[in-house]
Design a binder for this molecule. Structure first.
Ligand code: SF4
Ligand code: SF4
Length: 485
């Protein structure tokens, strides 16, 4: 990070000296004035190749996000994080509290993936896929541009006098924002409690679901607050990812960067001025038009180097490319590049640190998927009934009573059958046939009766196969007590 911070400073003596950024630009936030009050941002509407690509990608992501709660894999939700019932589903794989270690490993893998991704591609996630950026820049902000005009017009629009027409527009905007926040809040709730429970909440008597109703109202208000007022501050103040990126970015990380070697020293462009004449006078390609600044949704100047507030949204790349097109210079003064790419012209590459992270990720993935695909859908525990000894029957056979616990980890009822392995005898489940409801633990007693010929001593090793619909699930082992020889 420290190296990247120096992106706007001269690297070699042959480079022209850069125009100095404001000396205190790292001392205060771009969104706060000298007294610490919020400086409201009015970014101009971006346009260009990256913006168009991001728009298409955002629509695709929005479709996935809103359709996600309806998607089922093998009857299980695509994603479910039901904290209240401690039930989780990732890609249709149900995780119960008994699988907590697997869930923890999945989270570890996720974090590791983020680390590698960030070390290689910087904040690509923030600019292209983060729900906050996608919703703010591709849904809420365009509605504002539509109703109140582009950045500079919005600034005027928010000045007095407050006419009836202006107030009506504000009310309309906030009503739309509130409606969209309700939709986003309900989508989040659907990921937490499942689409069926959400539907029940909407159709049932609300008094029966007060806690879920409270969550629904709470989420709506939070999202409305974020998208209508808090905005870029969610990335700057709250998001932990933005904070820990400084520990992950390196000199080879791809970021949105200003090529200070090419751009400095900046200076205004004069009509009909040739590139040759500019170069001869020691002026760089940056014409100091500030188009990259006025489009920035976090209010920063990318020419000051990489900054924590930058969400890599690419708006400044598009803005600067447009300017370069107009003055007949090659595009890419602001572009995706690494610090080494700008300083030394090195191509983007995987460093030893990134390879190390990738190795750990592969190892954790192998462990995770091995555990995931070898875990049993039904977990069985067989214990001898506490304090029980063997009993002799009238026919001279010996019986033992066991306590059996069966956990069904699937989302459908599992009929369970038990069979003695390799021993003559009878096994009886006390009570009705064992059918374990989805996600439930059922406890039952099991009676095993063996003829004396099956015994090998006072403690005979016993194995029981657990099957469901003819499919072998597990084999449990125990001891069978009998008379001493
Ligand atoms: S848009 Fe490009 S030319 Fe204009 S100020 Fe920004 S970097 Fe310089
Ligand atoms: S500096 Fe550029 S990439 Fe970073 S947030 Fe601002 S406009 Fe987006």
């Amino acid at each position: 990070m420290s190296a990247l911070r120096s992106a706007a400073s001269p690297a070699t003596t042959s480079s022209p000296p850069p125009a100095s950024p404001p000396p205190d630009f790292r001392e205060h936030l771009a969104t706060a004035d000298d007294r610490g009050n919020r400086r409201w941002l009015y970014p101009q509407r971006p346009s260009g190749r990256f913006h168009t690509l991001r728009q298409w990608f955002s629509w695709f992501l929005l479709f996935l996000m809103f359709a996600g709660p309806f998607v089922k894999i093998n009857g299980n939700p695509l994603l479910l994080f039901n904290l209240l019932e401690r039930k989780f589903s990732i890609l249709g794989q149900i995780f119960w509290p008994q699988d907590f270690f697997l869930f923890a490993l999945a989270m570890l893998l996720f974090l590791m993936g983020i680390m590698i991704f960030t070390a290689a591609y910087g904040r690509l996630w923030c600019g292209w896929a983060c729900p906050q950026t996608v919703m703010m820049e591709m849904v809420f902000r365009p509605i504002e541009w539509l109703l109140e005009g582009d950045g500079s017009r919005q600034r005027q629009f928010n000045q007095p006098p407050w006419t009836a027409a202006k107030i009506r527009r504000k009310i309309l905007k906030h009503a739309i924002f509130f409606g969209l926040s309700f939709l986003v809040g309900n989508t989040l709730l659907a990921y937490l409690i499942g689409i069926e429970s959400l539907w029940q909440l909407v159709t049932d008597d609300p008094r029966l679901h007060l806690s879920s109703l409270g969550a629904m109202i709470g989420f709506t208000l939070i999202f409305y607050g974020i998208f209508s007022r808090f905005r870029e501050q969610a990335c700057t103040f709250i998001c932990p990812y933005g904070r820990f990126q400084s520990a992950l970015l390196g000199e080879n990380t791809m970021v949105v960067a200003y090529d200070h070697k090419r751009g400095e020293s900046r200076g205004p462009w004069h009509r009909n001025e040739s590139a040759e004449a500019r170069r001869t006078s020691g002026t760089g390609d940056c014409i100091d038009c500030r188009q990259c600044v006025v489009v920035c949704p976090t209010g920063i100047d990318i020419r000051n180097g990489i900054q924590m507030e930058c969400v890599n949204c690419t708006a400044c790349i598009d803005a600067c490319d447009r300017v370069m097109d107009k003055i007949g210079q090659p595009r890419g003064l602001v572009r995706y590049a690494s610090l080494n790419g700008i300083e030394r012209g090195e191509p983007l590459r995987l460093t030893a640190r990134m390879k190390g992270y990738a190795g750990i990720l592969v190892l954790l993935s192998v462990i995770f998927f091995t555990l995931l695909f070898t875990r049993s859908d039904v977990e069985t525990v067989l214990l001898r009934a506490p304090g029980s000894l063997y009993q002799m029957t009238e026919a001279g056979n010996v019986n033992n009573i066991y306590l059996m616990k069966v956990i069904n980890k699937t989302s459908k009822p599992e009929p369970v059958e038990l069979h003695l392995v390799g021993r003559e005898g009878v096994l009886k489940v006390m009570g009705p046939p064992l059918v374990i409801p989805p996600g439930q633990l059922v406890q039952t007693s099991v009676l095993v009766e063996l003829p004396p010929s099956s015994l090998t001593g006072h403690e005979t090793p016993l194995k029981i196969d657990v099957t469901s619909r003819g499919k072998h699930l597990a084999t449990v082992s125990t001891e069978f007590l009998g008379p001493r020889p």
